[in-house]
Design a protein around this ligand. Structure first.
Ligand code: GDP
Ligand code: MG
Length: 338
């Protein structure tokens, strides 16, 4: 009789423990889900002014023409270059000079530059339009500026720019000219070699070419960077690896090109507006089986970074975890535009 009571007590004890552990697990999962929902991000809708671009007027010394941003490719434009720009009057001249010179030479009249001025307070928009007229002597429409009413972050600017280009291909490139613009040729050739599955094929496959600085890890350019910046870089790489992008060595290079099929499959679905947006682009690309190639590009450190190493690194780490968890838990849906 005593052993029966003991056995019953044991069974009750075990089932109680199972019940408690089960409840804890459910509570943990619900909490994680709620935290991810709370910290997930919905990109803000553009203000009406942000769906317009400004460009210089032909044959006028000061005239500025405005137009509605395009939503599809237009004949004649092969390459569109999107430049996210936040207070860049001090740095953008070098980048634009390099880009305009190369584009005029290699794709005459078949290119455009779209500056996305992310709520700058230093007159970036007027400065770029003035350069377009007085320094580069461009035609109306060749350099366009979309000006945000309020700051959204680099990811938000790249998203908006890429969704409103006219080119068959879109490249986004940093305003500080850290990469040599002529390297864009390698990215274009890589995409063109991936997009046609065979010589006779009529369909075009989505493809992206990812500028990479991975080959520079042991070079002067990286070694000379501050100790703290390199520590953060290694920490970040580890986090990216843990959260599941194993096949791409440099996720953060601000020099990436897409064909229109890839642009349509990625950018309307992108939630992230901050610095970590490259990771979401790559996750969406991988999820959608978009072909890609990582292309080594030149790169040099340019002073005047807008990143606050301490705060932005913490934010990036948090956002990286949230993006990954949001896709795993179904908070973000790779097939639903946002
Ligand atoms: N749209 C947008 N772009 C930004 C912002 N901050 C920086 N950028 C752009 O992002 C690019 C890289 O910025 P940079 O400060 O050089 O970053 P780093 O190279 O990672 O140190 C440049 O084109 C900047 O203008 C921002 O708040 N919004
Ligand atoms: Mg930079």
């Amino acid at each position: 009789m005593l052993s029966l009571i003991k056995e019953t007590a044991m069974v009750l004890h075990t089932s109680n423990m199972t019940y408690i552990l089960g409840s804890l697990l459910v509570a943990l999962l619900v909490s994680v889900y709620l935290v991810v929902v709370l910290l997930s991000h919905t990109p803000r809708k553009p203000h009406p002014e942000e769906l317009e671009y400004s460009t210089i007027e032909d044959g006028s010394d000061e005239g500025i023409r405005k137009g509605k941003v395009p939503t599809s490719a237009e004949d004649g434009i092969v390459l569109s270059v999107v430049v996210p720009s936040y207070n860049e009057t001090g740095r953008i001249l070098t980048m634009l000079t390099d880009a305009v010179e190369f584009l005029q030479k290699t794709l005459p009249d078949q290119w455009e530059i779209v500056i996305v001025d992310d709520g700058s307070a230093d007159g970036t928009t007027d400065y770029c339009l003035k350069l377009s007229r007085d320094t580069f002597h461009l035609k109306s429409g060749q350099l366009r500026v979309i000006k945000f009413v309020e700051n959204r972050g680099k990811g938000g600017a790249v998203r908006q720019g890429m969704m409103h280009i006219r080119g068959k291909y879109g490249l986004f490139a940093d305003a500080d000219g850290a990469s040599k613009f002529s390297d864009s040729k390698m990215l274009l050739e890589a995409i063109q070699s991936m997009e046609k599955p065979s010589k006779n094929s009529t369909s075009t496959q989505a493809a992206m070419a990812i500028g990479s600085r991975a080959h520079m890890v042991n070079t002067e350019a990286v070694i000379k960077r501050s100790f703290i910046r390199n520590c953060l870089m290694y920490g970040f790489h580890t986090l990216v690896w843990v959260f599941g992008i194993h096949s791409i060595n440099d996720t953060q290079c601000g020099f990436k090109m897409f064909n229109r099929e890839a642009i349509d499959a990625i950018f309307p679905y992108m939630h992230t507006e901050g610095w970590i947006f490259d990771i979401e682009i790559l996750l969406l690309g991988l999820k959608k089986n978009i072909q890609y190639r990582e292309i080594p590009v030149s790169w040099h450190e340019v002073d005047g970074s807008k990143m606050d190493l301490a705060i932005d690194s913490l934010m990036m780490a948090k956002d990286l975890v949230i993006i990954r968890m949001a896709y795993v838990l179904g908070v973000y849906n790779a097939n639903k535009e946002c």
